[in-house]
Write a protein that binds this ligand. Structure first.
Ligand code: FE2
Ligand code: FE2
Length: 353
């Protein structure tokens, strides 16, 4: 697999040539090659592409897949290209993580325009907000995590949470919006949206709902400091890897501590979202009465989303099965007070329309 960087100006444009369904559907992992998926819904048609846009194209004769430059940075991304790709079942293009800063600059300028595009449906808005948050997290994980890069990502996470708080209709019928294909990014956004919706369901004050949203987006950010091989491992982790992963709450807390924009409540969520009610959790083995309430709340949402997501080694559990497990583990892991309310929430319109 190679990274093809020149489309050639004489040739007909790749996106104007016939697109073969097979060539677009081959199963390989562009993420391992330094690419991140970008939903077509976050690209404004008729505007210059913010970065180089790539597509995986199969070379059947050579039996391999190559990332081909489909639209170079600065070239107008046409509405007809988007329609053709969507008709072919291709809902995303790929961008090189090296161009992350340019992409973020583009979103800083145009995200309002993208989310508020005329005729956009509520579900599409929710998807756009989700995708913008996903790309922000991906870049955050891929960056060198300098204080400045981290501050920028945290500021964008704030904007996501503020929008979700402002336009609370986005947080209804979440089953239609949540992604079940697990990655630390999609998981963090699911947890953010679920936790905010749950906080609203509980009638918590706006400041606490905001912290739940930020906590959701950032709770696993310490994973960014773990070897990528662990994050992307397609099977269950061994004991040594599990021990490393258990460091992520402390690593995340340490990373965010110097970032002024991160409130104390959020730092507590990041540090304590794996404490168990009976004191058997980590990192500080806090019992329920010593664990900050929002961290306990996020613990339940986090566990629920992990159970209902697809992993390479695990089919997603149906919601009722996940709920049954939450109930079983109520006294030792989650405490008695939050799980019943969460299960009522799952049956409410906030969750399933
Ligand atoms: Fe975690
Ligand atoms: Fe998590």
């Amino acid at each position: 697999m190679t990274k093809d960087s020149q489309a050639g100006s004489q040739e007909p444009h790749l996106l104007d040539k016939p697109l073969d369904r097979v060539s677009l559907r081959l199963d390989f992992n562009p993420v391992e090659m330094g690419f991140a998926p970008l939903s077509l819904q976050v690209l404004v048609a008729g505007r210059p592409a913010p970065v180089d846009l790539y597509l995986p194209i199969a070379d059947v004769k050579r039996r391999r897949v190559e990332m081909k430059l489909a639209c170079p940075q600065g070239k107008t991304f046409l509405a007809t290209w988007r329609e053709r790709l969507v008709r072919r079942g291709q809902r995303q293009v790929f961008v090189s993580l090296d161009q992350g800063p340019a992409l973020m600059e583009y979103f800083d300028r145009y995200s309002d325009e993208i989310v508020d595009a005329p005729g956009i449906t509520l579900k599409q808005r929710a998807v756009v907000v989700r995708e913008l948050a996903a790309i922000n997290l991906r870049l955050m994980f891929a960056s060198d995590l300098t204080p400045k890069a981290l501050e920028g990502s945290v500021a964008r996470a704030q904007q996501t949470v503020e929008r979700l708080a402002r336009e609370s209709q986005i947080l209804t019928n979440l089953t239609a919006v949540l992604r079940s294909d697990y990655s630390v990014y999609t998981h963090s956004i699911n947890v953010c949206m679920l936790a905010m919706a749950f906080g609203r369901y509980l009638d918590l004050p706006p400041g606490r709902i905001h912290s739940l949203g930020m906590g959701g987006l950032l709770h696993d950010v310490g994973m960014a400091q773990l070897p990528a091989a662990i994050l992307d491992k397609p099977g269950p982790l061994n004991a040594e890897e599990r021990a490393l992963v258990r460091r992520h709450p402390v690593l995340g807390h340490r990373m965010l501590l110097p970032v002024g924009a991160v409130p104390y409540d959020v730092l507590m969520i990041v540090r304590h979202h794996h404490e168990n009610a009976d004191g058997s959790g980590y990192p500080d083995r806090l019992t329920a009465d010593k664990t900050p309430y929002l961290a306990r709340l996020l613990r339940v949402v986090d566990a629920y989303d992990a159970m209902t997501s697809r992993r390479p080694y695990q089919d997603p559990r149906p919601p009722f099965e996940a709920a049954a497990i939450l109930i079983q583990a109520m006294s030792d892991q989650f405490g008695q007070d939050i799980v019943p309310a969460f299960i009522r929430f799952l049956g409410s319109p906030a969750f399933s329309g």
